[in-house]
Design a protein around this ligand. Structure first.
Ligand code: ZN
Ligand code: ZN
Length: 232
């Protein structure tokens, strides 16, 4: 029997709009969040992930680190995993997925149904929506632990019922309290095993409840970034 590991594949640091430094994120993931694999996926940069990988290789050798990026495509956010180079923002979703695959990476439709009233440069949608079904994604993020995302997650689950793509659960953490609040179970404990699980569709998306203090801190982060106010 292969042991099942836990991965959190969508995490932010100070390299974009997250609060923890790459080192703090690695420390927390390794010691408190009971994770085997993490992917650092800052907005439009791999700098935080490279710093986290460097730190983990010296100070948290049991934690497997994947270099990733949450790319702002014209059609919504796409998480690229196993990257060697930054993927530039501002391309179509199809071109972004192609650029990720070209360097041997995996492409995930992050929070596909998240829409917001807040204006961002690409409009008001943060997810790729139904394009998640049409394009060559390797996995769909069916659980995103951002407070208030319940309906968006329900829609993503429903989409993937028909699609049958690999499912992943990710925290999308911008504060350490959120790390591991949604996660992906997979057979094995290494980054390579996680990759095989995505490619063979054997991943399982899971959730864990927030503690009240974490929700409060997330509300503080949300106010600072005008991202959302209500926690639910
Ligand atoms: Zn996003
Ligand atoms: Zn994110």
């Amino acid at each position: 029997m292969v042991a099942w590991g836990r991965a959190d594949l969508h995490l932010h640091t100070t390299a974009s709009d997250g609060w923890p430094t790459p080192a703090k994120l690695v420390e927390h993931s390794a010691r408190l969040a009971r994770l085997n694999v993490i992917a650092v996926t800052d907005h439009d940069t791999i700098d935080g992930a490279l710093r986290a990988a460097d730190y983990a290789s010296r100070r948290a050798k049991k934690l497997h680190l994947i270099v990733g990026e949450e790319v702002s495509s014209l059609d919504g956010h796409i998480v690229g995993l196993f990257l060697e180079r930054r993927v530039r923002p501002g391309m179509s979703a199809a071109a972004t997925i192609h650029a990720i695959h070209e360097q041997g990476g995996l492409a995930i439709a992050a929070h596909p149904f998240w829409r917001t009233q807040r204006r961002v440069h690409s409009g008001t949608a943060h997810g790729v929506g139904w394009l998640a079904a049409d394009l060559d994604f390797d996995a769909i993020e069916v659980e995103n632990a951002t407070p208030g995302f319940y309906v968006f997650n329900q829609l993503a689950h429903r989409l993937n019922l028909g699609l049958g793509a690999a499912e992943v659960g990710c925290s999308d953490a911008h504060i350490v309290d959120a790390v591991g609040r949604a996660f992906t179970e997979f057979p094995g404990t290494t980054a390579e095993a996680l990759r095989r699980a995505i490619e063979s569709g054997t991943t399982r998306a899971r959730r864990r409840r927030y503690q009240a203090v974490g929700l409060m801190r997330y509300a503080a982060w949300g106010l600072a970034h005008q991202r959302y106010v209500a926690a639910g």
